[in-house]
Design a protein around this ligand. Structure first.
Ligand code: NAP
Length: 286
């Protein structure tokens, strides 16, 4: 029986994994919140591993506030780099497969075609740098690893762009949304399903993979689609801006090529607009 540890259980991706596994029978799951397992505390990781025969660890725990990371880099690195290192060390000691989630923000955005796994990362903000450092630890320490880079994650859970735009849409707030960056909104439920496929399928080569939904968008396109697809919301308060000021620099272009994972898992990835529609249905019916 496979025994999975999922870190960061209060986060949106972990919650989507929790939803995706309810019907699965040949896997046992331990979901841990930050209080139950702090990835910056190696002893707390070792303790859980000593009490359970963990075959797979999915690390969704992360410092994800891109803006705040600029003013608290130590904290971002402690969680995203040292935390990943701690997990990699304990996984390596126990022969556990580590599935680590990373980001499109490891790239600088200077490319104009999709980013491949073989492209050179060059983060332009603290969050991206801390996540890249985490990847490097995982690659160096734990041979049996998958690193999945994803982008612009949203879901029915937590604070994310989808929920923020819907909240402002309902309140009638004037929204100015940037057209300066191009990427791919990714449904965390789709990513959760792929993470579980990696666990189920024993024929997959370890290594680095990109996963996002299909297609491309600017944040403005994403907001427009959210408002268009949401009943009782409309576009009347939405405007474009080219100069949305942020502390953190963002890659202008961070569309990920997903060919490698599609081929490896023999899957067809959904277009971001179709996938977004399914999450809006969840939000409007629950
Ligand atoms: N969100 C995005 O747009 C995006 C884009 C690309 C990649 N990613 C990556 O995708 C993964 C999942 O992100 P997400 O959107 O699900 O993030 P999230 O909703 O912010 O969840 C992250 C979780 O990690 C927990 N955490 C923080 N520090 C921790 C620690 N020291 N020990 C244990 N848990 C800790 C947080 O706990 P609290 O609830 O207590 O704060 C939170 O529940 C992350 O690796 C992220 O870098 C995200």
């Amino acid at each position: 029986m496979k025994q999975l540890l999922v870190t960061g259980a209060n986060g949106q991706l972990a919650k989507c994994i929790q939803d995706a596994v309810s019907s699965s029978s040949d896997m046992n799951f331990i979901f841990t919140t930050r209080e139950q397992l702090d990835v910056t505390n190696k002893a707390s990781i070792q303790e859980i591993f000593s009490k359970n025969n963990i075959t797979h660890c999915i690390n969704t725990a992360a410092y994800t506030n891109v803006e705040k990371a600029e003013s608290e880099p130590e904290k971002a690195f402690a969680i995203n780099a040292e935390g990943a290192k701690n997990l990699a060390e304990v996984c390596a000691e126990n022969g556990t497969i580590l599935i680590h989630v990373s980001t499109d923000y490891v790239f600088d955005g200077s490319k104009t075609s999709t980013y491949l796994e073989t492209d050179q990362p060059n983060p332009i903000n603290v969050y991206g740098a801390s996540k890249l450092a985490g990847e490097a630890h995982v690659q160096r320490i734990c041979k049996k690893h998958f690193i999945l880079r994803t982008s612009w994650l949203y879901s029915q859970y937590g604070h994310n762009f989808l929920n923020t735009i819907r909240k402002h849409g309902k309140a009638g707030t004037q929204l100015k949304v940037t057209t300066e960056q191009t990427g791919t909104p990714t449904n965390a439920n789709d990513l959760a399903a792929v993470l579980l496929l990696l666990v189920e399928n024993e024929q997959i080569d370890f290594g680095l993979y990109h996963f996002s939904n299909a297609g491309t968008a600017t944040w403005y396109d994403f907001a427009k689609e959210i408002l268009t697809r949401s009943s009782e919301l409309n576009l009347s308060n939405l405007a474009k801006t080219e100069h949305y000021r942020t502390f953190a620099k963002r890659p202008e272009y961070s569309v990920l090529s997903t060919n490698k994972i599609e081929k490896m898992l023999n899957i067809k990835i959904l277009d971001w607009k179709k996938s977004l529609a399914s999450v809006i249905v969840i939000l409007e019916t629950t």
